[in-house]
Design a protein around this ligand. Structure first.
Ligand SMILES: [Zn+2]
Length: 64
């Protein structure tokens, strides 16, 4: 067996609540909005949409 492929990591509470970068988990701001992530919190239930944030390093490209 190989563990080369890590399972998808579940965002932490801090990440889901906009207190840590959704990409790296850093809690050092300033954060910028990084859209929404839909996370299945319970099997059989519709995924919840969470407004997440990203640190400057992982901020999404703004094309406005
Ligand atoms: Zn980050």
């Amino acid at each position: 067996m190989s563990d080369a492929l890590a399972p998808p990591s579940s965002p932490t509470d801090a990440q889901l609540h906009g207190k840590a970068c959704i990409e790296c988990g850093s809690d050092g701001g300033p954060f910028v909005p990084a859209g929404h992530r839909h996370i299945e919190t319970c099997a059989g239930r519709a995924p919840l949409g969470w407004a997440v944030v990203a640190c400057p390093e992982h901020a999404p490209a703004v094309t406005e």
